[in-house]
Design a protein around this ligand. Structure first.
Ligand SMILES: Nc1ncnc2c1ncn2[C@@H]1O[C@H](COP(=O)(O)OP(=O)(O)OP(=O)(O)O)[C@@H](O)[C@H]1O
Ligand SMILES: [Mg+2]
Length: 501
């Protein structure tokens, strides 16, 4: 790896462009990938990273520019072509077939055949097992894909790539939904792939990950190439400045607030097998952080409060009144807003415009009887788009045309605009770029100042420590500790999450 420049690049894109109608998704994309390197692709939400990836994969055809792979000019007509040529793309939400087993997913469409052309299942399983062994991953090739964790699904996708001798593996925000241990395992596999000479293109909004596993970085802004450098030649500040084109403000602009009366009370809430005997309150104007390891039951509690999942015992009270469970609509009418963890699937109506999506939680306020004030809806959406630096063409564009991070901003806007009494935010800045993170924090802080009760789930300790007035720590489905802002430190929260107190 010491002298990558003496080898030929495996993939070169120069001045590639792509528009969708009036929206220029990619104005001038360029990148060079060398065998054996992990190359980071960085840029703000909507900078064009995923669009570049989709052109690499043949999902989109570029409007202009050149694309060379393995020494030849390419214009892949579809993902199948690029896969055949040795390019594998691991998307954030993998696309396995639930009802097939793991080995079948890996060898889909090209199973080893026996003489007489029946599929040789034993051989297929043996090869799959061998690949997992090489990767140092423990997954049973016989099990159904259904129910695999996101992390394991990614591993199956990577195994599939290896089984095809992929020479380029692209990972578009692979770590966003992984636990810290799963991220470690992925990084071991990335290094393993590099040693075999595979070129990795790695997209993430977590810069510390990029510093850990990448050797080079390409930065994009507004659909255009900004720079490529060795990672060691850049500081975090330089990277951020190249991404956002300006200096960033304070990351956690927390203001002191005086908490008002109780808004949410959770009493002895229990869902068998998931969480037990959970009691806590959130007051008006207060930000309560719900911390704990991934899988400790945090998201499940939020879902139960909002009525998505049932609970077996205990109760939820809003302003002292018992909220009947089991109905998100009822929870909404009681004044609860919920920004779910998995926003792409749960938070948006993908074929509605940005404007309708933003207004969804405010319909009562924007209408009289059956009449909806379109101008009010437009104004609401326009205001929030501005506040959250939303990158879009027209406000009436469908949500599915937005970049991943911008879709998440729309979900945030929808609930924030709904003027809830209590807002539950699950991983509010996941997938949000560094430039907008502080903006999201500022808005949550403002909400609290205006008297909204906030329950914030976050795996990012600095975010919890920076924002929360009180930190509840979950461990294995139980409330392990409640720590006041003054006593909340990295150590105290970690120790409570892992059971060392
Ligand atoms: N199919 C489409 N139709 C219309 N516009 C699109 C389409 N795909 C992407 N865009 C626009 O192109 C721009 C770049 O999007 P892209 O998904 O490449 O961003 P990104 O860098 O991956 O951002 P993120 O970090 O949020 O994932 C965005 O403004 C997006 O709205
Ligand atoms: Mg993207």
């Amino acid at each position: 790896m010491s002298d990558v420049q003496t080898v030929e690049p495996i993939l070169v894109m120069k001045n590639v462009s792509k528009s969708f109608g009036a929206v220029i998704a990619l104005a001038d994309g360029s990148i060079e990938l060398y065998p054996g390197e992990a190359h980071a692709l960085l840029g703000e939400n909507g900078a064009g990273k995923s669009t570049l990836v989709k052109i690499i994969a043949g999902v989109y055809q570029s409007d202009g520019g050149t694309y060379t792979y393995d020494g030849k000019a390419r214009n892949f007509r579809g993902p199948h072509d690029s896969q055949e040529a040795g390019i594998a793309v691991i998307y954030q939400e993998p696309t396995l077939f639930d009802d097939l087993n793991v080995a079948e997913n890996i060898y889909l469409g090209r199973q080893p055949l026996r003489i007489g052309r029946t599929i040789n299942r034993r051989e297929m399983r043996r090869q799959a097992r061998a690949i997992f062994e090489q990767l140092g991953v423990d997954i049973d090739p016989n099990r159904k894909a259904k129910g695999l964790s996101v992390a394991d699904q990614q591993m199956v996708e990577i195994a599939k790539a290896l089984s095809k001798d992929a020479r380029v593996v692209v990972m578009d925000e692979p770590t966003a939904a992984l636990s810290p241990e799963e991220v470690r395992r992925l990084f071991t596999v990335v290094n393993n792939l590099r040693e075999r000479g595979v070129a990795i293109l790695f997209i993430s909004h977590r810069l510390e990950e990029v510093f850990e596993i990448c050797q080079r970085v390409t930065i994009m802004r507004d659909g255009a190439f900004v720079r490529t450098d060795l990672i060691g030649d850049l500081t975090i500040n330089e990277i951020v400045r190249s991404m956002v084109g300006r200096e960033l403000g304070l990351l956690f602009p927390k203001t002191e607030i005086r908490a008002g009366g109780e808004v949410l009370r959770v009493e002895r809430l229990t869902r068998e097998g998931t969480f037990y005997d959970i009691s806590f309150t959130v007051n008006a104007g207060e930000i309560v952080g719900l911390s704990g390891l991934v899988g400790s039951g945090r998201t499940e509690i939020a879902r139960a409060i909002f009525g998505i999942d049932r609970y077996d015992a205990g109760g939820v009270y809003i302003n002292g009144a018992k909220l009947k469970g089991g109905s998100p609509l009822r929870a909404m009418h009681a004044g609860i807003g919920f920004v779910p963890e998995d926003r792409r699937q749960q938070g948006l109506v993908m074929d509605y415009g940005i404007d309708h999506n933003v207004a969804l939680a405010s319909l009562r306020r924007l209408s009289r009887g059956l009449f909806l004030f379109r101008w009010a809806e437009d104004k609401l959406a326009a205001d929030w788009a501005l506040r959250l630096h939303l990158k879009f063409g027209k406000l009436s564009d469908e949500a599915n045309t937005l970049s991943g991070g911008n879709q998440q901003k729309v979900v945030l806007a929808k609930w924030l605009a709904g003027q809830p009494k209590l807002i539950i935010v699950d991983e509010p800045t996941r997938g949000i770029d560094v430039g907008t993170k502080s903006e999201v924090h500022r808005i949550i802080d403002e909400l609290a100042q205006s008297g909204v009760a906030v329950l914030m789930i976050s795996s990012e300790l600095p975010e919890v420590l920076g924002m929360a007035d009180r930190v509840l720590v979950m461990r294995e489905g139980r409330l392990a500790a409640t720590i006041d802002r003054a006593d909340a430190t990295q150590e105290s929260v970690m120790m409570a999450s892992t059971g060392q107190v």
